[in-house]
Design a protein around this ligand. Structure first.
Ligand code: 3PG
Ligand code: MG
Length: 396
């Protein structure tokens, strides 16, 4: 996105109160952090600001508490984790957004950090409320949005807050995300191949539509592909399929022709009678009525690998199969290996992201290399759709 004001690296931040909106929305189980990736990503910038003696006020959400306090969605475990990593005086503020916090912020010393409890405990945050945004904005002299993954939300700490702080910038992590995604949509090396998985085709129709203008190939995998198979009258047994997806599929196939973009759907599968079962190989004609398609098969893997070999850019969103059961992680694994190998050896540009993609890849095949692995879900997809994200528009 052009015209965004990025944080000038040499800006004098000594003694300045800086509000930083980060995305600390990490998966928790019994209040334990399951994957700290998002926290680790914001560390270098925070450490830099600390070293340069600024006073940091951190804002983040966790989950979707809808304006109600919920102890399961407290940022406390994340505060503890972050405090250890940052190794400076760090405070956790659990009160209201009023004069009390304003006073606390004014007492912050150089290199100290204050984290505000889950900002979505306040309904005003979700409503992008003016008055609430003003109170947040008055806490600091500089505002930095370093949460690309939240920038599709029209909420106080992302949008309206920017009206009430003199200096506003996009942070380095946000910048990194935009540069990377632009490697697919703007500064691309042709041919571009987009691999789209996941389940709901209707939620991704606009992304696919936009990508067809850019890409030479769209490869449909995951449960999404079932809609295409059913449309073409193949038996898909008990596989997941979206109701009334025919129009959406038809539109995609029609637009593909107009854009001269090839749409590839799987030609063989791994199926089972249950999600927990063993895998059986089937070709496109032989899926039985009581079977569920849970992964792409070896023939399809080969075809996808060849397309990847002939591409200079790959964008990948959504796992190829039900990777939670290792019997159905074949497709996701194979694609990840191939994309990583070509990124290393053939300077393929690879950008991965959205929803489950990163966790699927971390689970199936950690330690692979990609040009960029985005931790953004919805924001990643909306940016690929070509939408103006509200949180980015306000940074111009
Ligand atoms: C995400 O997990 O994608 C971001 O943290 C945004 O969360 P949201 O979808 O609840 O706004
Ligand atoms: Mg999400």
């Amino acid at each position: 996105m052009l015209g965004i004001k990025y944080f000038p690296q040499k800006l004098n931040v000594d003694g300045k109160k800086i509000i930083v909106r980060v995305d600390l929305n990490v998966p928790l189980k019994d209040k334990k952090i399951q994957d700290p990736t998002r926290i680790l990503q914001v560390l270098p910038f925070l450490q830099d600001l600390i070293k340069r003696k600024s006073k940091i006020i951190l804002i983040s959400h966790l989950g979707r508490p809808k304006g109600v306090r919920n102890s399961n969605l407290s940022l406390l475990p994340i505060y503890k984790y972050l405090k250890e990593k940052l190794n400076t005086n760090m405070y956790f503020y659990t009160g209201e957004i009023n004069n009390e916090i304003k006073t606390k912020c004014s007492y912050l010393k150089e290199s100290e950090v204050l984290l505000i409890e889950n900002i979505r405990f306040f309904k005003e945050e979700i409503e992008n409320d003016e008055n609430f945004s003003k109170k947040l904005g008055e806490l600091g002299e500089i505002y930095i949005n370093d949460a690309f993954s939240c920038s599709h939300r029209k909420q106080s700490s992302i949008c309206n807050i920017t009206k009430f702080v003199k200096e506003i910038y996009a942070g380095p992590l946000l910048k990194k995300e935009i540069i990377a995604i632009n490697l697919v949509v703007k500064n691309k090396k042709d041919p571009v191949t987009c691999i789209i998985g996941g389940s709901k085709v209707s939620s991704k129709i606009n992304v696919i539509s936009n990508l067809m203008k850019i890409a030479s190939n769209i490869i449909i995998v995951g449960a999404m592909a079932n809609n295409f198979l059913a449309y073409k009258k193949y038996e898909i047994g008990k596989s997941l399929k979206e109701e009334n997806s025919e129009d959406v599929v038809e539109r995609i196939l029609r637009e593909a022709e107009v854009n001269k973009c090839k749409v590839l759907i799987p030609e063989d599968f791994l199926v089972s009678k249950s999600f927990e079962g063993e895998s059986i190989s089937r070709d496109i004609e032989s899926v039985k009525k009581d079977e569920i398609i849970l992964d792409i098969g070896p023939k399809t893997v080969k075809i996808i690998e060849e397309i990847i070999d002939n591409s200079n850019t790959v964008m990948w969103n959504g796992p190829a199969g039900y990777f939670e059961n290792k019997n159905f992680a074949l497709g996701t694994n194979a694609i990840a290996q191939k994309v990583s190998e070509n990124t290393k050896n053939k300077s393929l540009t690879s950008v991965l992201g959205g929803g489950d993609t990163v966790s699927a890849i971390n689970k199936c095949s950690p330690d692979l290399s990609f040009t960029h692995l985005s931790t953004a879900g919805g924001a990643f997809l909306e940016y690929l759709e070509g939408k103006d994200l509200p949180g980015l528009s306000v940074l111009k």
